[in-house]
Design a protein. Structure first.
Length: 316
């Protein structure tokens, strides 16, 4: 077994252990939610016998350990359970919402990554000048603003009070593809792009400055190579590793933080699904969504490490 295969095996094993710990914590947290699920489903007018019967039907009276192993065994076999609120399979409830969220995150990252590289190179080339200092201050202020505040500011500025250029909400009808309503997604995409780009461009700037001060770049300048070739042929490949890892982590963080952005714009994704499920105590849906987000973190980090590792191997 080669070094890469051993490293990959260890990373996957560590990820599996982490996800197992997360599953225990998620299950414990959902069990600790206040209120009786059966009572919430049946409503305040239900009798005690009806509530007790529903608890037995849903398996809520089983020992907690038995409930956990029943859930985790179903999860490993691809059965996410049944929604306690709608009675539909959790897969059918989560899948369309997850597709919407992945589309939102995917479009946002496709815009953010090249924009971050362009801004990072631009400011690195003009370090300590007025435009560099201005963009740095703007990025730090943007990252200091909470997601929901930035979203509300964009709604006020571009959707309601000042200008009315874009719809203030991003409601995508159930069953419709999100790309069929791109005009409604502009503000949530802009919110994510601002948050991600202002973080990544600072990282690119810092990496480029370090690379541009290195000996081999100075040697390339002495050889008379053009500035564009130095930047994108020599500097970019050596500065891109940190960007790849940060971009992957940012994508996972954005996916996990969609609860805030989606609720601001009323977008039908996993964020609003999670918040609504918490309100209704739909435990199987809550558990499924949180495990999906945790798995996304693991997969994004693993892919980033693999890409960085391959890039370093090619450099050698």
């Amino acid at each position: 077994m080669g070094p890469l295969a051993r490293w990959l095996l260890l990373r996957v094993a560590a990820g599996v252990v982490t996800l197992a710990i997360v599953s225990v914590l998620v299950f414990a947290a959902t069990q600790a939610l206040p209120g009786d699920v059966a009572r919430l489903i049946l409503g305040p007018d239900a009798t005690a016998d009806q509530v007790a019967q529903l608890r037995v039907t849903l398996g809520l009276d089983d020992p907690v350990i038995a409930q956990y192993f029943a859930w985790i065994s179903g999860l490993l076999s691809g059965n996410l359970g049944t929604s306690l609120v709608t009675g539909n399979p959790v897969v059918d409830v989560v899948a369309p919402r997850l597709a919407n969220s992945l589309f939102l995150v995917g479009i946002s990252m496709l815009i953010s990554i090249p924009l971050s590289i362009a801004l990072g190179v631009f400011t690195a080339e003009r370090r300590d000048r007025f435009i560099d200092r201005a963009l740095l201050r703007f990025s730090m202020v943007s990252n200091a603003i909470p997601d929901f505040v930035l979203g509300i500011l964009l709604v006020v500025l571009f959707g309601t009070t000042v200008f009315t250029w874009f719809p203030p909400v991003a409601i995508v009808p159930v069953g419709d593809a999100p790309w069929a309503h791109l005009d409604r997604l502009i503000l949530p995409i802009l919110t994510i792009v601002i948050l991600v780009t202002t973080y990544l461009c600072r990282l690119v700037r810092s990496s480029f400055i370090d690379v541009l001060d290195s000996d081999y770049v100075q040697m390339a300048e002495l050889k008379g190579l053009g500035r564009i070739m130095i930047l994108f042929r020599h500097a970019l490949p050596n500065a891109i590793g940190a960007l790849i890892q940060a971009a992957a982590i940012s994508a996972a963080v954005v996916l996990g933080g969609l609860v805030v952005v989606e609720n601001v714009f009323n977008f039908n994704g996993i964020g609003t699904l999670l918040s609504n499920s918490i309100k209704t105590h739909d435990l199987p849906v809550i558990q499924a969504v949180v495990m999906i987000i945790a798995t996304a973190f693991f997969v994004c980090n693993l892919v980033a490490d693999l890409l960085v590792g391959e890039g370093r191997k090619k450099e050698r």
